[in-house]
Design a protein around this ligand. Sequence first.
Ligand SMILES: [Ca+2]
Ligand SMILES: [Ca+2]
Ligand SMILES: [Ca+2]
Ligand SMILES: [Ca+2]
Length: 313
Amino acid sequence: MERWKVNSQPSIGLASAAKRSAAALVTALSLFAAANGQDTAETPNLSVFRKNVGIVSLAEAKTSVHLFERDGVEAVAGDFDADGRMDTGTFDTATRLWTVRMSSDSSTLAVNFPMSKGKSPVRPEAAPADMDGDGQTDLVVFCAGAWYVISPSRPGAVETSIFGKAGDIPVPADYDGDKKADLAVFRPSENRWYVRNSETGEVSMTDLTITGTDVLVAADFTGDGKADITVYRRGEWHTIDSEKGVAETFKFGFEDASPAVVDLNRDGRMDMAVVRKGTWYIYDGSSLVSHKFGDDDDIPLSMAPVKNSGKIN
Ligand SMILES: [Ca+2]
Ligand SMILES: [Ca+2]
Ligand SMILES: [Ca+2]
Ligand SMILES: [Ca+2]
């Protein structure tokens, strides 16, 4: 087993405004670790999507290839069985079939979405999130403003909502902190995020992003239970602090790295990661660790939305 090591690269720098929240993060994480006796150096749970191969995962210190690539298939990730570990799978955009391997017992969940096939000119997109707040990531499909949701515990029932429009990029996450993911989209034509608060139904708009340049990231990094609207821009994380509502900049990464969101110690709080040439650099709020996993061209899979901000349709 490869050992974790603290690596001096990439450098982490905080803008002055971000220092306070970073200090709060460190304190909170240290307290949590002390209370639970958790060691952040445990074997990570990482997965990548590899062209011409499929999903390659590292779990329990073992690497496995468990789903193979096919045409028109998207890789998906989340915690569909609510055991705190990432589950990976695929969404077939042609047949609307989800296939997810559960980390708890290695069983496979297969669910066919009752959507009309091949009639819409817009390609459906997988956008997994925990919409009902039961702890299990739900199977969610976004297609031209329509949202289709199936809970893994009730695979026969589909719920439909309308929010957004064709060309929008789905970024569902729990922005208001009621444990239920909120319907949310990024609209490339306006450089704008639209979030519908699941508690009140109010819609909020946020401008932070440069379409085509930034990578959209939606996850709770501060630990208040609310997802922070974030973009990754060439080695910098620009985030809207969910409590203060102000933009902060956090230098962590490289010009040519891909961002990812993982939960290193399975505490339910997401950790920032950047991946470059098969090396993962993960910042859990108190320390930076690096781990060698994957090849140069692999696409890292994330526990929360991480999306290209360019138009997909
Ligand atoms: Ca799981
Ligand atoms: Ca759920
Ligand atoms: Ca919510
Ligand atoms: Ca937050």
